[in-house]
Design a protein around this ligand. Structure first.
Ligand SMILES: O=C(CO)[C@H](O)[C@H](O)COP(=O)(O)O
Length: 213
């Protein structure tokens, strides 16, 4: 399980500072949608410049105009960019084509997709799929992502939405490839210690899942 640190509702300098504190415990740095909307794609290039050896994910949440938006992300230094699964399949295919051309990856955010839409997306096996409980649903309904979705083990999976150490400990069934963690690190008074603790929990969880039943 990789840790993707989601950086949202921060200035670019704050985002760089927190990513630096968490750096040794995380695998992917997510330039959050809020940063891209507030500061533009410069937020992607600043994070890539600061952390050239880390994978940088641009949470662009593309829903249309995919070639233009994905080119913007990859030209700014992103290694992965996101598209909403509710988009027309033409948009999804354009993202995958742009990613292939740049030798980068697409993450498909399954937020609010129906079972039928998911079934239409899963044949795009080169994508990473993200099972996501949105911020608004978290805040209005108190729901968090419990990683209870039935992950197809042949696909690459991420989970997002209010993930904490406790929710990782309580995960049952197949583990996702990537856990996306925002507030549990960025809102901590000690982001480095929070990231270290999450990494330890994940390593214990992985070891336990490899134990013979
Ligand atoms: O995509 C997002 C918001 O749309 C965030 O990346 C995701 O929700 C992770 O942040 P948190 O752990 O704070 O929920």
């Amino acid at each position: 399980m990789k840790i993707q640190l989601a950086l949202d509702r921060l200035s670019i300098d704050e985002a760089i500072k927190i990513a630096g504190q968490a750096e040794q415990y995380i695998d992917i740095i997510e330039v959050g949608t809020s940063l891209i909307k507030e500061f533009g794609v410069i937020s992607i290039s600043r994070l890539k410049e600061a952390f050239p050896d880390k994978l940088i994910l641009a949470d662009m949440k593309t829903i249309d105009n995919a070639l233009y938006e994905f080119n913007l992300c990859f030209e700014a230094g992103a290694d992965i960019a996101t598209v909403m699964g509710v988009s027309p399949l033409q948009t999804i295919e354009t993202c995958l084509e742009a990613s292939a051309k740049h030798q980068k990856k697409t993450m498909i955010d399954l937020l609010n997709t129906t079972a039928e839409q998911k079934a239409a997306l899963f044949p795009y096996t080169e994508a990473i799929f993200c099972d996501h409980v949105s911020k608004d649903v978290q805040e209005k309904s108190g729901l968090k992502n419990t990683a209870s979705a039935a992950f197809d083990p042949t696909l690459e999976w991420a989970i997002a939405g209010g993930i904490t150490g406790e929710s990782i400990q309580n995960m049952a069934g197949p583990l996702p490839d990537i856990v996306i963690i925002g507030s549990a690190i960025t809102k901590s008074t000690q982001p480095e210690k929070a990231a270290e603790a999450l990494r330890e929990i994940i390593e214990r969880k992985k070891a336990k899942s490899n134990e013979p039943a």
